[in-house]
Design a protein around this ligand. Structure first.
Ligand code: COA
Ligand code: AMP
Ligand code: ZN
Length: 436
């Protein structure tokens, strides 16, 4: 058996597009039950009957993260709250978070997509799966948990951190598949080395599923070399459930985007027009199988391109290239999304902070770090070291509360950060292997 769901995964394109058309119409009808889309459809005199083919999606405007936040908390909800069973929030927002609600159907559909994705990468029910990522509101935790259970794997909800314990779990239970973010994996490998162990001899590891942040093909090669097994790219975002939107199959040649559940467009982020097939643009997605909170034409801000041709695996769902970057200024550190303005907001609340600050993203001793250099006000830099240390700690603490990652805060003298002409450059990316 090659596929988790042969009828869906290898469905001829014409039939797949027919299914998309049916689901699009049903999704618009469902979305019309939410305050936000009901207003929008009325304003434009649109009814579900106007959506007969996937191309009809262009009748609608785009939906953005700001739209979701402006309608916080229930503006996009298309079912009564009592019918929903879970919510997730995406990291990296100030003020109101982006909240996504699910009913039972949505959770089952999502788990099935993750199971399908894991199967495509080669995982099977007799695998032992260890999920080394944040649980709680992060979608990678429960998303992979229920997906792997749906597939039938013994699933270890290990969570992020505590590398030594991760290795012990892997050894104790014979873990053969793991999910972890790419920048953490070298740290895990280092811990193996410190214990005098090597993954290929001392564990049963055979598959790594990795995603949640941009990484290059070279990074993948390096991870495969470090762990002596194959690593597969996993793409998703909380607004579209989380993991299980697009995934690499065993061919490792691009990510199949599950088109029975998501309608894809790739647009030029400046003109908002579709880019010619094969050109890089921003991925726009519409849910096709979500009831509690359908989202139409969501601007993901992720940059990618459609890959040409058919995949030798026989799946008919089209493939996108690995994500090469963003069309906004969000960056991802240790698997957490951050907008520079979140850090700015924290810094500007502290009276001793001067007007300039700089975020440096770097790899220090094999681990990603976020270094925040902050100029102190001239009269705050007079010399009491204890006061400065207290200030440094306070900033560290407050930034961590905001972005969920502990920064290295460095206080610097007023006027010492480089001044830029025009728009200040706030983020200095020094990590290697990000983007394509
Ligand atoms: N995944 C798993 N473990 C991670 C990690 C990551 N992305 N980033 C760091 N860690 C580990 C560290 O190695 C350390 O454990 P160790 O010393 O035993 O090796 C421990 O977590 C604490 O790391 P540190 O860098 O000191 O903490 P922090 O305060 O900066 O970050 C985390 C805290 C790791 C808990 C936070 O960044 C997090 O939750 N990241 C995971 C996000 C995630 O899973 N996203 C995917 C969503 S799909
Ligand atoms: P979240 O909403 O917190 O789940 O974060 C989703 C974002 O993480 C996406 O919009 C992407 O920017 C990023 N992301 C997820 N998976 C990948 C991947 N495989 N490669 C690159 N970026 C990814
Ligand atoms: Zn394939």
């Amino acid at each position: 058996m090659h596929y988790w769901e042969p009828e869906i995964e290898a469905r001829p394109r014409a039939d797949l597009e027919k299914l998309q058309a049916q689901r699009l119409q049903a999704t618009v009808a469902q979305a019309a039950k939410s305050p936000y889309y009901s207003r929008l459809l009325k304003e434009r005199n649109l009814t579900p009957a106007h959506f007969r083919s996937p191309a009809d999606i262009a009748r609608l405007p785009f939906t953005t993260k700001d739209d979701l936040r402006a309608s916080f908390p229930y503006g996009f909800m298309a079912v009564p709250v009592k019918e929903t069973v879970r919510l997730h929030c995406s990291s990296g927002t100030t003020g109101n978070p982006t909240v996504i609600f699910h009913n039972r159907h949505d959770l089952q559909s999502w788990a099935n997509l993750v199971a399908r994705s894991m199967f495509a990468a080669g995982a099977r029910p007799d695998d032992v799966f260890q999920n080394i990522c944040g649980y709680g509101l992060f979608t990678g935790g429960l998303g992979f948990q229920y997906g792997a259970e749906c597939l039938g794997c013994l699933t270890i909800p290990a969570g992020a951190g505590n590398s030594r314990r991760q290795i012990k779990l892997m050894q104790d239970f014979g873990t053969s598949v793991i999910h972890a973010i790419p920048s953490y994996l070298p740290r895990l490998r280092e811990e193996f080395a410190e214990l005098g162990l090597v993954p290929e001899k001392d564990t049963k590891l055979r598959i790594i599923l990795t995603g949640a942040e941009p990484h290059s093909e070279e990074t993948r090669q390096r991870l495969q070399e470090l762990f002596k097994c194959k690593a597969f790219n996993s793409y998703g975002l909380s607004e579209m459930n989380g993991p299980g939107v697009a995934f690499e199959c065993e061919q490792q040649s691009g990510l199949h985007l599950w088109e029975d559940c998501f309608l894809m467009e790739i647009i030029n982020p400046q003109t908002l027009e579709p880019v010619p097939p094969g050109e890089i643009g921003e991925l726009v997605l519409t849910t096709l199988d979500r009831e509690a909170m359908p989202i139409l034409r969501y601007r993901t801000r992720d940059l990618t391109r459609l890959l040409p041709g058919d995949c030798p695996c026989g799946r008919t769902h089209r493939r996108i290239d690995r994500i090469t970057g963003r069309s906004d200024d969000m960056f991802i550190i240790k698997g957490c999304n951050v907008f520079p303005v979140q850090i700015e907001k924290v810094l500007m609340r502290v009276p001793q902070v001067g007007s300039d600050w700089l975020i440096i993203l770097d790899t220090v001793n094999g681990t990603d770090e976020i270094i925040v250099q902050v100029e102190v006000q001239a009269d705050g830099f007079k010399g009491d070291l204890q006061l400065l240390e207290a200030l440094r700690r306070k900033i560290t603490h407050e930034v961590r509360d905001e972005i969920l990652v502990t920064p290295v805060v460095q206080l610097v003298e007023p006027g010492s950060l480089p001044r830029s002409e025009g728009k200040a450059k706030r983020v200095d990316e020094r990590r290697k292997g990000r983007g394509a």
